[in-house]
Design a protein around this ligand. Structure first.
Ligand code: CA
Length: 185
């Protein structure tokens, strides 16, 4: 009987270890064009729609959320505020046009996300029309202008920020801050 109790206790301990709050998620927010650390980005971490932690990046662009529970799936939400026209120019229109005409394709999936100015899921002449009107000051951009996408996006097993399953610590989760319309370097 003593042995059985011991085994039960050991099992409980190992189960507790598996659910221990000892994992972390860390990484850096980077600009798309210069790959420079970005400060002032608000990063929030949710578990089951409950905010569990939040921070604003400093000059090193770094974030680190600790004491996370293994086996849980967290959601990261990021936001950043800049004037609507920042980073936008007629050169962006040229790059998007070249991509549509296939004379010069955009180099990465992240650039393609930037080119989808109206957030329709594809790159078309409508993006050029809308972006041109915004650059000319005829209309304001609609919706969230910044999109945050892991550097590994487009590759196998690329992390999804809305669905971060923590089985062990996630390190070096580097994330590009992409401004819609800001395609050209
Ligand atoms: Ca589009």
């Amino acid at each position: 009987m003593k042995n059985l109790l011991y085994i039960a206790a050991a099992f409980l301990l190992s189960a507790a270890a598996a659910n221990a709050q000892n994992s972390f998620i860390s990484g850096t927010i980077l600009t798309l064009h210069e790959e420079a650390p970005l400060s002032g980005v608000s990063v929030q971490l949710y578990l089951d729609d409950v905010l569990v932690d939040e921070l604003t990046t400093a000059a090193d662009g770094h974030f680190n959320f600790t004491a996370l529970t293994n086996g849980e799936t967290y959601r990261m939400e990021l936001s950043y505020d800049t004037p609507p026209l920042q980073g936008l120019s007629t050169l962006d229109l040229v790059f998007i046009a070249k991509h549509i005409l296939a004379t010069e394709l955009l180099p990465t999936p992240h650039h393609m996300i930037a080119a989808d100015f109206n957030n329709s899921g594809n790159i078309s002449v409508l993006d050029i029309v809308r972006l041109r009107r915004v650059i000319l000051g005829i209309e304001n951009p609609e919706g969230e202008q910044w999109v945050f996408v892991p550097q590994d996006y487009g590759f196998d097993n690329s992390p999804v920020l809305s669905d971060l399953q923590v089985n062990s610590s996630i390190e070096n989760l580097d994330i590009y801050a992409i401004k819609r319309g800001d395609v050209a370097n």
